[in-house]
Write a protein that binds this ligand. Structure first.
Ligand code: KIV
Ligand code: ZN
Length: 528
């Protein structure tokens, strides 16, 4: 392995190109607690598009008006990728998906039905013959909206093999051009999955006219291995998510699929169009908007993925980085935590830095981010790239704010009760309150609830340090639930209590956006 191969983005023959189908916004968002606002979905979609994702599954339009709007807005926004909407086999689902993707430059409808005995009997309560009819109908109906139709055999890996062949044959005959073979419950093993794909390629007429796709869940921790086993025997699309987000144990992680193909190009000639240097930033963005932390030792994007602690490893690394690193951190967009600027840095340098980091901010966002950067540089001696990323991600995440943080003073310590003095600006009116609680966070949240009472329940409170040191910024995530809807707010500050208050307020603002859709003029009515 030379230094050049260590780092290079791999490109191969056209027939070996693997399409990356990202379903972070659909399967990923189906993870309990991972719901995103429309604005957050648009930011994720923009990131996916800019990093070279081929197909973005933006949602399940029949599921809710919010999902429909998200797919529709993503369709309008995305410049290069195909935008896809999911639909069950019925006409209503497909009509809704067709309407949602109609503005996309390249629209796709993805329709599916279960084919395994257990799903057909208990979930669908349909006879196998009825399922076959539904497959033909759904694909034909979807073709009325677009000539780009994907069909999935839900629970394919637990489906009778002859019945799977029959189902796929019917879907191809009806006009599907992508056939997806999901391991819906994460049950298969790499060799078995490869056998299923090989069998389909050998037995189903015209299978060479379509693209075969993997959609593997991670219940046994094998989603990536199974997807790669499928690629090795002819799949040319992989469905995956950033950070492996998804139902239950999640989907195959995009960063792992892409880097496995990139690093082991010597054994697998298949390649993707993903700009690998965007992987780390995409991971941080998805983690930030969902408040799903990335495990420290997560492959490719975990905080420890490129950390070397033991003396022997450090010694090896100092002599040659190939001793313990199979890819360069830079190849996935992890820069050595660089010290960037201090309080004397100007707006111009800040703009250049932001640009270099791959952000495109509107003038007002840049202005606000610069203001927050200056505030930070006053408080914190060293400002690192990660500080800037956290700051911008929290800044851009702010939308229309009815409730704004003004100030907070907290009395903490071992002698309670702890006390919080809080000022909030609620729709232009500054209100103040003093509250106590069981600890400083509780006191702060009680103060917010006194100034803005709601029915929302706190589901998650999570703190982590953006960088190292006692002056590091605290990044706090708060998840609130109300009437079955969940929202996640984030707050960043060198003061953990201020970050906590900002996170709670950000979540409340998101809840308000959801509720104001139903009662647009009445913010007071939203309180209890
Ligand atoms: O896991 C699954 O089978 C799915 C289908 C809808 C493709 O998500
Ligand atoms: Zn799935």
């Amino acid at each position: 392995m030379t230094e050049e191969t260590h780092n290079a983005q791999k490109i191969g023959a056209p027939e070996d190109r693997v399409l990356i189908f990202d379903t972070t916004l659909r399967d990923g968002e189906q993870s309990p607690g991972a719901s995103m606002t429309l604005g957050e979905k648009l930011r994720v979609a923009e990131m996916l598009d800019s990093m070279g994702v081929d197909v973005i599954e933006a949602g399940f339009p029949i599921a809710s008006n919010g999902d429909f709007e998200a797919v529709s807005e993503v369709s309008k926004l995305v410049k290069s990728a195909t935008v896809c909407g999911l639909a069950r086999a019925g006409a209503k689902d497909i009509d809704r998906a067709g309407a949602a993707v109609k503005h996309a430059k390249s629209p796709r409808i993805h329709t599916f039905i279960s084919t395994s005995p257990v799903h057909m009997k208990h979930k669908l309560q349909m006879q196998p013959e009825e399922v076959l009819e539904a497959i033909a109908f759904s694909v034909r109906h979807a073709r009325k909206y677009t000539d780009n139709v994907e069909w999935s055999a839900e629970d394919a890996t637990r489906t009778d093999r002859d019945f799977l062949c029959k189902s796929v044959e019917i879907a191809i005959k009806a006009g599907a051009n992508t056939i997806n073979i999901p391991d819906t419950v994460g049950y298969t093993l790499p060799q078995e999955y490869a056998e299923i794909i090989t069998m389909l390629r050998e037995k189903v007429p015209n299978i060479d006219k379509v693209i075969l796709s993997a959609h593997c869940h991670n219940d046994l921790g094998l989603a990536v291995a199974n997807s790669l086993a499928g690629v090795a025997v002819g799949l040319r699309q992989v469905e995956c998510t950033i950070n492996g987000l998804g139902e239950r144990a999640g989907n195959a992680a995009m960063e792992e699929i892409v880097m496995a193909l990139n690093v082991r190009h010597d054994l697998m000639p298949q390649w993707t169009g993903i700009d690998t240097t965007c992987l780390s930033r995409a991971s941080k963005l998805v983690s930030a908007v969902t408040a799903f932390p990335v495990q420290y030792n997560k492959a490719i994007v975990g905080q420890n993925a490129f950390a070397h602690e033991s003396g022997i490893h450090q010694d090896g690394m100092l002599k040659d980085n190939q001793t313990y690193e199979i890819m360069l951190p830079e190849s996935v967009g992890i820069s050595k935590s660089t010290l960037i600027m201090g309080k004397h840095s100007g707006r111009h340098a800040f703009r250049e830095k932001i640009h270099e980091m791959g952000y495109q901010l509107a003038d007002n966002e840049l202005q606000e981010a610069f203001f927050r950067f200056k505030e930070l540089a006053d408080k914190k001696k060293h400002v690192f790239d990660d500080d800037i990323i956290a700051l911008i991600d929290s800044e851009v995440a702010r939308g229309n704010e009815h409730i704004k943080f003004v100030s907070l003073q907290v009395i903490a310590g071992s002698k309670g009760p702890q006390e919080a003095k809080l000022e909030l600006d609620i729709d232009g009116e500054v209100k103040a309150v003093k509250s106590t609680g069981d600890g400083p966070v509780d006191a702060t949240f009680n103060a917010i609830k006194e100034l803005f009472p709601t029915r929302a329940h706190l589901q998650l409170y999570q703190v982590h340090a953006v960088t190292q040191g006692t002056d590091a910024q605290a990044e706090v995530s708060v998840r609130l639930e109300e009437d079955g809807k969940t929202v996640t707010g984030r707050g960043i500050d060198t003061d953990t209590m201020v970050a906590s208050a900002r996170a709670y307020i950000s979540a409340l603002n998101k809840l308000l956006v959801k509720r104001l859709r139903h009662a647009p003029d009445d913010i007071a009515a939203l309180q209890i």
